[in-house]
Write a new protein. Structure first.
Length: 297
């Protein structure tokens, strides 16, 4: 205190300015480094997609003359017309949209029901059953591929719409994510509803579901992405080309047009545009839904 009393106001202000300057210089250097690394990572991630989009507008001759260039010399829509016409990308995108839409609606309903039961309803063996559900997340998809195929074959759903979507009607990850969110909802709301005579399903439908909108949207995004990118299962269960999703359709287009890369790239662009639009429209819900879900319980 004696030292501070001997210092003049000007000296204190000078020392404070030097301290702020030193802090800004130190932290600005780190911030520049952090942003530089992030920019490099962003460019490395975005560059392949940019190359795919730009090269899809090239003619075949232009592509083979300059396959690594980003700017087409002669812009052409021939590749897109071929991908949608000869490659039937429109049909494959429609199939993927149908598969994803049905799985999205059914899985959100079943997953939220199971998550509500595990989070709010007391019954014997609840914790053991929940651990069994979580254990299925540890199994690789290749382990369950053959048993699932045998079951689908036994019930006569091979090469059908149901054979593609029914095995995806519930998911352990979705149940876990929604359960964590439901645990964070105050129980007083449900207690008041039960006092008014509401049953479990009415509480679930009129109270839990509206409050769980962020988590449901987040889970819905993950479900659509997973179903849209599914390749092995549709390839195994389907035989009719008209029922192929976009992933299998792109592989078929690749086999048919081994030398016409602009058309293959155009088909890839057509298949990824819906996912890009989905991310742009719903990106604010992804982090928010996961954050609100928490890790309670």
């Amino acid at each position: 205190m004696a030292v501070l009393e001997r210092l003049t106001t000007a000296e204190i202000e000078s020392a404070a300015r030097k301290s702020r300057r030193r802090y800004l210089l130190t932290n600005s250097g780190w911030m520049v480094l952090v942003y530089a690394v992030l920019v490099i990572i962003a460019l490395a991630t975005f560059l392949p997609y940019l190359w795919m989009v730009m090269n899809s507008f090239k003619t075949e001759a232009n592509f083979y003359k300059d396959p690594y260039g980003l700017i087409p010399r002669d812009w052409s829509l021939k590749s897109y017309l071929g991908a949608v016409g000869y490659g039937r990308m429109g049909v494959f995108v429609r199939n993927s949209f149908m598969y994803s839409s049905v799985v999205l609606m059914v899985q959100l309903f079943f997953n939220s029901l199971a998550a509500y039961a595990f989070a709010r309803i007391e019954f014997r063996g609840r914790n053991v059953m929940f651990l069994m559900v979580l254990a299925t997340m540890m199994l690789p998809g290749a382990v369950t591929l053959i048993p699932t195929y045998v079951l689908v074959y036994a019930v006569g759903m091979l090469d059908s719409f149901a054979g593609v979507v029914v095995p995806s009607f519930a998911g352990a990850f979705g149940i876990f994510l929604l359960r964590q969110f439901f645990l964070n909802i105050p129980t007083e709301l449900e207690d008041a509803a039960h006092i008014d005579g509401a049953g479990f399903f009415r509480v679930y439908w009129q109270i839990i579901v509206p409050l769980a909108k962020p988590a449901l949207i987040t889970l819905g995004i993950f479900i659509v992405l997973s179903e849209w990118q599914s390749f092995i299962w549709p390839l195994v269960v389907l035989q009719d080309i008209d029922k192929y999703p976009i992933t299998v359709g792109l592989a078929l287009l690749r086999d048919r047009n081994q030398d016409f890369w602009p058309q293959i790239l155009a088909g890839s662009v057509v298949g990824t545009v819906p996912l890009v639009l989905l991310f742009v429209l719903t990106q604010k819900y992804i982090i928010g839904g996961i954050t609100l879900s928490g890790l309670k319980g």
